[in-house]
Design a protein around this ligand. Structure first.
Ligand code: TXA
Ligand code: MG
Length: 336
């Protein structure tokens, strides 16, 4: 199969929507990461997404919608907090877990009685979902276990020949996957942290919001048990130190130690460490949590492809968006 490379023109978006409606697989941009889309109501198409990604069959997919009404058509009961949350955060990087009705095929939800719903905040995606006019099931557009792609070139390199088209919408502005919030528990539980933070949610809904790690008895998100986000080479995380001088010393020492051991070191770090002596450097700009989120996956892939032996990355404080960043970093590597 030849994979078409489509661009953000009205003609190409219409073409992508047509392919999706016909049951073909199309990778498309969102504000978080690229998704590998299939018509969520077409079981055969959804089954092929699992095959192409090598995704375990028990890991359900997020269904992307264009309107709140389209989301409600898939739900059995509408949770009390649904309206408040969607008013505030949709379109945006927040996925809501709710009970689904018979319209949602089992293959999408891996047989669970819940479904993950999200309305992406990206003009091209919104136009695509509008024209497709069906809900679109889409996991991140990577082979299972690889970092999620944040640009179309990466998707094309990884999936060409196996899907009908890649719709190029440039670099994803957020860079890590959406926050996944379970609304089927007594109080909402974050199954996967993202840039919509616990604080953001609690400000809006006047209820406690839990992290799955500290919520007894809540079901785990099936996806969180799999190895994720990992480049081929080892990733070593230098733990965050609130004292900048101590952090600087620790990071430089880590780079020096790996270099002395004869390894080619890839350093993924804020710009201020450009001169830290690594073989290859990939920038995390100013090192704010949102910079980390935006540049993390692309940086891991770039350094991996440079042929380094080890990647070093400084940790950041695990609060707010930093909590989501550290969640992904700790899945890609380990603390040294
Ligand atoms: O930002 C994103 O969410 C991206 C873009 C493309 O929208 N999508 C994405 O999809 O990250 P994926 O498949 O890589 O991750 C979906 C996560 C997995 O951890 C999966 O287990 C969880 O959502 N999930 C899906 N349906 C679920 C359900 N019914 N209950 C619990 N977790 C669910
Ligand atoms: Mg994924």
């Amino acid at each position: 199969m030849t994979t078409e490379l489509l661009h953000s023109t009205p003609h190409d978006i219409t073409r992508a929507a047509g392919l999706l409606r016909e049951g073909m697989l199309v990778a498309f941009p969102t504000e978080t990461v690229y998704g590998l889309g299939a018509n969520a109501l077409d079981e055969e198409a959804v089954r092929r997404v699992y095959e192409v990604k090598g995704r375990p069959k028990d890991n359900p997919m997020i269904v992307h919608v264009h309107t709140v009404a389209q989301a409600r058509e898939l739900m059995q009961v509408v949770p009390a907090l649904f309206a408040e949350l969607t008013n505030e955060f949709w379109p945006g990087p927040l996925t809501l877990i709710v009970r689904h009705n018979a319209a949602v095929p089992d293959v999408v939800t891996a047989g669970l009685d819940t479904v993950a719903l999200r309305m992406p905040d990206h003009s091209i995606t919104r136009q695509l979902l509008h024209e497709t006019a069906v809900p679109v099931a889409a996991p991140s557009a990577n082979i299972s276990g690889r970092p999620s792609p944040t640009d179309a070139r990466t998707v094309y390199a990884e999936l060409q020949g196996r899907i009908a088209a890649v719709l190029d919408g440039g670099d994803c502005p957020v860079g890590i996957e959406s926050t996944v919030l379970d609304l089927t528990t007594r109080e909402p539980v974050i199954l996967r942290p993202g840039t919509v933070t616990r604080e953001d949610l609690e400000d809006v809904i006047q209820s406690r919001v839990h992290f799955i790690e500290s919520y007894e008895g809540a079901p785990r998100s099936p996806g969180t048990k799999y190895r994720h986000y990992a480049p081929r080479v080892p990733v070593y995380i230098v733990p965050h130190d609130p004292d900048p001088a101590a952090m600087d010393a620790a990071l430089r020492a880590a780079v020096a130690a790996q270099s002395r051991a004869g390894w080619r070191v890839g350093l993924l770090a804020p710009e201020c460490w450009h001169d830290a002596g690594a073989t290859h450097f990939s920038s995390l700009h100013d090192g704010r949590a949102v910079d980390y989120a935006r540049l993390l996956y692309a940086g891991l892939r770039t350094l991996d492809d440079c042929g380094v032996d080890v990647i070093i990355c400084p940790g950041i404080e695990a609060v707010g968006v930093g909590y989501a960043v550290m969640n992904r970093l700790l899945k890609a590597g380990e603390i040294i």
